[in-house]
Design a protein around this ligand. Sequence first.
Ligand SMILES: Nc1nc2c(c(=O)[nH]1)N[C@H]1C(S)=C(S)[C@@H](COP(=O)(O)OP(=O)(O)OC[C@H]3O[C@@H](n4cnc5c(=O)[nH]c(N)nc54)[C@H](O)[C@@H]3O)O[C@H]1N2
Ligand SMILES: Nc1nc2c(c(=O)[nH]1)N[C@H]1C(S)=C(S)[C@@H](COP(=O)(O)OP(=O)(O)OC[C@H]3O[C@@H](n4cnc5c(=O)[nH]c(N)nc54)[C@H](O)[C@@H]3O)O[C@H]1N2
Ligand code: SF4
Ligand SMILES: [Mo]
Length: 761
Amino acid sequence: MNQIESNKQWQPTACILCSRNCGIEVETNKQEIVKVRGDKAHPISTGYLCQKAQRLNFYQNHNDRLNSPLRRCSDGTFEKISWDTAITEIAAKLVNLRDTYGGHSLAYYGGGGQGNHLAGPYAKALRLAMNTSNYYNSLAQEKTGGFWVDGRLYGRQNCHPTEDVEHAEVVVFIGTNPWQSHGIRNARQILQEIHKDPNRKMIVIDPRRTETAAMADLHLQLRPGTDAFLMAAILAVIVQENRHNQGFLEKYTTGFNVVYNSLISVPIKDFAIKAGIELKDVYEAAHLISEAKSCSVRTDLGIEQTLNSTLNAYLRSLLFLITGNFGKKGANNFHTALVPMIGHSDEGKKQMRSKVTEFPFIANLLPPNILPLEIDTDHPDRTRGLVVDSSNPIVSAADTQAYRKAFAKLDLLVVIDVAMTETAAMAHYILPASSQYEKWETTFFNMEFPKNAFHLRKPLFNPLSGTLAEPEIYTRLIKAMGVFEADLSELREVAHQDRFSYAVAFQQTLAKYPKLFDYAPIVLYQTLGDTLPEGAAATAYLWATCHQFAGKDPDSVHRAGHQGEGFELGEALFNAILSSHSGVVFSINEYEDTWKFIKHRDGLIHLEIPEMLKALSLLDPTETNLMQDYPFVLSAGERRSYNANTIFRDPAWRRSDFDGVLRINPVDATGLGLSNNSWVKCQSKRGSVLARVEVSDTNRQGVVTLPHGYGLEHPASDGKRSQTGPHINELTTSNDMDPIAGTPYHKYIPVRLIKIHGEEL
Ligand SMILES: Nc1nc2c(c(=O)[nH]1)N[C@H]1C(S)=C(S)[C@@H](COP(=O)(O)OP(=O)(O)OC[C@H]3O[C@@H](n4cnc5c(=O)[nH]c(N)nc54)[C@H](O)[C@@H]3O)O[C@H]1N2
Ligand SMILES: Nc1nc2c(c(=O)[nH]1)N[C@H]1C(S)=C(S)[C@@H](COP(=O)(O)OP(=O)(O)OC[C@H]3O[C@@H](n4cnc5c(=O)[nH]c(N)nc54)[C@H](O)[C@@H]3O)O[C@H]1N2
Ligand code: SF4
Ligand SMILES: [Mo]
């Protein structure tokens, strides 16, 4: 690559700190990002950004950046090795494990964090070379219960609804704080718009009076872990008062009668008491939702990482479905996807399961909660080799202790990351990746509807010396494993002629070597890639993707302004994406198109899910979930102004909340003799962490909260490593998970608090 000159000009790129991936413009100086502002030309974020983006240089430059492949020595230290040695040794070990114990002895974890998804198809090719389906990902710490429900409702687990919050008359936020977490586009701007408009209403269901809840017309500050009760009570009011949308239900759904019979018998008052919500507020919520011209329901971790996670996903879907808020403006809708990131796992006879715990795959994923159990056992089919990319499970998955013990037993742990993470520190081999500002990159978190966009980012800097981009790492590994042997020289030549001839030759090559189909992204990388702008070879598979998408849905691509028919349209889309700086609208749909995305043969939504109706019937309002001696519920992993998963390692990036305070209600604090800046030991049945106290009347009594993304180690300039803030997954356990989806109860951890005196610290 040519030297990318240090540049005082504003250059477009994206923020990589959360799934929004707002378009930004940055000013750089040598390898530094010195100024950041919103990019008005970005088709979705249109200039929006939050305070965190200003700190991006702490991601690009810090003392924990990796700059050489490392191999663990017998004394536990690491030695630098060459790329060739690393690739050859890792490939040989993967092949050996695969051929000795079977592909199922290998697993893959992560693969693209919040903003680096370009390598996804290459990682998939590596899994094929490893001959394994074992794929663990943080999405299976949150969304898989929802995917499972979607599979039943709509026919496939990748039929994924999104929320048109922007145009909804009534918005319901359940277990999410978009003011901080930004799960919706331009969150603060849109929340302000709803808040200021007297004709629109916002309902928030959250045990904390969050920044979002404080803006709501109706805040239902429920007891943690009781959403299933509260949502069931709201649904019951709707059906008892005949407020469901009969016309919609008849036209678009089946199974409502059975659902009706379950809901009609819900003891509304008992459920409201269980949730700690006044009956009149349950009725008000039911009335607001059912009377709205349009209503959109947006949910997130607060109902996913807690009791009844999968049932919660079902009930939240019923909220918008039985009121007919689907397939129209301001409601919930499906979205398009240029490169789909959600898969589908068949249930029934063809259902795939993990080998040791026999946990079923959902959306082709296995939940991180079961991984320690899949490794740390004598079972002959246990997991023995693991590749981790863009993830730090030692900190971010439930049960750090179980993870440490299990990872120590692996025959092979390979970590691909930009930084020396806690997970990398346990690896046999560490492979240093170029940062997201040193390579072509993109996000697949494009979940907008009816207008959806894709942003391919160009590098701002040359790769840090010693690092490689993941597509190159995967390609080298796959080749060294000996599974990819084909003479591509002819195809490479044709690539330099014209794209149509290339398309024909590409098809012919795949027909000649059918095995190559699995490795198509690599074929494209190594042939068409040669003809793309400097450094952009890894984007070559997007050419095929664009053709596929334009072939399937030409109308939406035309509406997005791309011209031509057939092959020309695919070319136009790819060329637009490749040459654009700030992102490209690739599809514009009509709201009614939503119905085309349903995958059930009858084209209807199947409302009846027997397992969920059974779970609903088993909800017992007299049951107490708290454990003796652990009187508080800890919600572990709050999103705040200065956390961003484990993406930033240098604690200096924070402008406030330096050690990640534990928030506690004033009444609870007084009872324990705590005040601001007191220190407590927060103890669960699994472990304990120390935290500084912040007394806050935003918390419901009995609920304490700790932030996500702390507890990371980072070296000071003298090389000495120290940990900042509480490492919350010391408190969580593998077994505490949803029975269907395996999602952890991070937001429902019974704990006790012990005041610590200065001298004990
Ligand atoms: N600042 C910041 N933003 C982020 C991230 C980050 O680390 N920092 N991470 C990103 C990621 S990966 C994700 S998945 C999203 C998550 O985004 P959110 O889910 O919005 O974030 P959280 O703060 O984890 O949890 C949401 C809310 O759930 C509430 N809650 C806790 N228990 C319950 C309960 O029992 N019932 C209900 N109804 N609510 C409950 C909490 O009080 C909290 O307000 O954020 C993304 N954005
Ligand atoms: N207790 C508790 N635990 C939680 C949560 C909670 O609320 N409570 N939230 C959960 C949720 S929702 C999520 S999504 C997970 C997130 O947890 P993880 O899946 O671990 O993901 P990140 O924290 O985003 O970690 C990203 C990693 O990618 C690396 N990275 C950054 N850029 C690149 C790159 O270009 N290439 C490579 N190879 N690596 C790169 C970073 O250095 C970092 O190590 O945490 C989960 N854990
Ligand atoms: S952290 Fe998220 S919302 Fe904030 S600027 Fe970055 S991408 Fe946008
Ligand atoms: Mo997440």
